[in-house]
Design a protein around this ligand. Sequence first.
Ligand code: C2G
Length: 453
Amino acid sequence: MARVITYGTFDLFHEGHYRLLQRAKALGNYLIVGVTTEAYDKARGKLNVVDSLVTRIENIKKTGFADEIIIEETQGQKVNDIRKFHIDIFAIGSDWTGVFDYLKDYCQVVYLERTKNISSTMLREQNSPIQRIGIIGSGRIAERFIPEAKLVSGVSTQGVYNPHIESAVKFAQKWEINAYEDLEAFYKAVDIVYIASPHETHYAYIQSALEHGRHVLCEKPMLLEKRQAEELFHYAKKKNLILFEGIKTAYCPGFHKLMGIACSGIIGNIRNVEACFTKLEKPDSRELTDTHYGGSFTELGSYVMLPILKIFGKDYTAIQFDTIHNENGLDIFTKVSLKYPAGVATATCGLGVKSEGRLLIAGTKGYIVAEAPWWKTSYFEVHYEDANRIEKYSETFLGDGLRYEISDFLSMINGSNNSEFKLTRGESVVLAGIMEQFLKGEKRNRKCTDKHP
Ligand code: C2G
């Protein structure tokens, strides 16, 4: 009785998968198939899986080759599975030749020849043609976006628009893309638009991109007025387009896991959330000199508000902002206190005051703590009254993390709405409303010398 195990994602199940399972089964009498979870695939850099875990399992079942199906959730699980299930043979396609030789200490390792001319990637591309991205703005964040977009299959960065053509040309030359000065020509050349221009220009660009029938991924804070956010989401819906706010933390696998654990009830009922993010900026930086839209809350507020909205929701009963200003009247440190019917929260951010960047979620049975940089969540702990009981969780956070939001944006365009819950339209509207309320309160402090919209 030889027991065989194999693993895979088995996305868009095809002949290559079928033949692999058929031959794996023929190696013995009992075949176990390990199917990867979405989180594990994201963690190992495999983005854009189309089928849900349930669909992928159903497809494997239909072949009739699997005697047992298990879930593969983590790196390093294979060794444990081999021991636990008393496996004699580990089988995998020849694209992995050599990679799993370390398992030879535990069982026989067989690489089965990969079926040529078929792959999930090919099918994904056939089903959904490559989306050409156009970037509006050519600043620091746009620089970080390009290498990340390269890692997401199904998109390619086509061009950049900047009303200051010299900046666009410089950026375009560096990244070997096209530079546009004319918005009409830019929209014609792209399918989707990434907006990375100054905050206050977002509204007009989103509106014009949607008018031109383009899906929009916009950097945070997407909008600075609630009414504008409602209007543009409504307009996007009417035009059957996706409008998506890029707060990268919301889409990274670690944060997603942390939220899942927080909401699972293991720390009881959540009563307090504290989120802090500080980053010291040079006094002459845009963030500390733009007297209209600079300051710490517009810059970092989206990150610190995110876990609070995710956990307690949109219906806070009270909100208060306490700020410390620089000589221009810009907030260099802001503390937002929120009250909810069953809990309290504080969101703290600073550009001119350094503090411990931490996310703390306290419940009636225990608490979750993630240290800086929790906004790129890769590690967190769950603590209880018994100080010896600590549960540790880690998750991969690859590169600059923008790849996760690009991948989710793409899945939404391609018809999967699964990602909407990671940051809902309603949450983006509330965030815009909070920004609006904050800026209104700050107006009297800011020493705006020039005329600005
Ligand atoms: N496969 C094949 N022929 C193809 C395509 C895939 O034989 N044309 C095989 C792969 O080699 C793998 C299995 O089908 O053995 C599943 O492939 P994927 O769904 O691409 O999964 P993969 O990323 O290879 O997962 O822990 C996960 C495993 O390490 C591999």
